[in-house]
Design a protein around this ligand. Structure first.
Ligand SMILES: Cc1cc2nc3c(=O)[nH]c(=O)nc-3n(C[C@H](O)[C@H](O)[C@H](O)COP(=O)(O)O)c2cc1C
Length: 195
């Protein structure tokens, strides 16, 4: 079984990015074990204080769900992030969660081998990261800042960015539900985990 962790960025439950994440999971049914399904805005995660103590201690001073989340991250094969665009970037609570990966960045810097080893599963296969973005604006350039941030995040956590599903043109929360093509794309992306 492929161990998968999902992170949802939308503060609105059941909207476009959620639907796409759900299709991905449907496609992957039978071959994955879902180790966690997090919604950033429901988590108790403080923002990074930039105290740099993690650089000395290898641990974040904040004892909250952020710590637990990153522990779970280190134990899975696939990370899926599904999020709407907010001002070209990520919703604020997801930003807070992403920033907390600074402790992981500090660990990688102390021990470069750690990052290399985290890029692979025990059997040598790559640990894969999938990005699903829902936006209102159709031009892909609008979502580039969000994608750059998520790619940096994956790199810090030792996941290889494997696919990006950029689903745009959805200005209300239920619009993706009517777009069977894009839902199918998300399903196939999930199914591709089996291959
Ligand atoms: C605060 C806020 C900012 C947004 N900024 C953008 C933006 O910069 N670019 C864009 O294409 N859509 C933007 N949108 C629209 C959402 O990304 C879009 O409607 C998305 O499909 C919603 O996904 P969800 O249903 O998963 O929340 C914004 C929406 C909100 C509420």
């Amino acid at each position: 079984m492929i161990r998968v962790l999902v992170v949802r960025g939308s503060p609105f439950k059941g909207g476009n990015s959620d639907r796409l994440a759900d299709e991905f999971l449907k496609g992957a049914e039978g071959v994955i074990s879902l180790e966690g399904d997090f919604r950033a805005c429901d988590m108790n995660v403080g923002f990074c204080r930039s105290c740099r103590i993690c650089e000395r201690e290898g641990e974040c001073v904040l004892e909250d769900e952020g710590r637990k989340f990153y522990k779970s991250c280190s134990e899975v094969d696939v990370l899926v992030v599904a999020t709407p665009l907010h001002f070209g970037g990520l919703p604020s609570r997801l930003v807070a969660l992403v920033e907390r990966a600074q402790v992981e960045w500090a660990r990688n810097r102390r021990d470069e081998n750690l990052l290399l080893s985290r890029k692979h599963r025990a059997d040598g296969a790559l640990r894969r990261g999938y990005i699903i973005v829902a936006g209102g604006e159709k031009r892909e350039a609008v979502g580039r800042p969000a994608i750059i941030i998520l790619r940096n995040w994956f790199a810090t956590l030792g996941f290889t960015p494997t696919a990006i599903l950029y689903a745009a043109g959805y200005n209300s929360h239920n619009e993706v539900a009517k777009d069977t093509q894009v839902l199918h794309k998300a399903f196939l992306l999930g199914k591709s985990l089996c291959g």
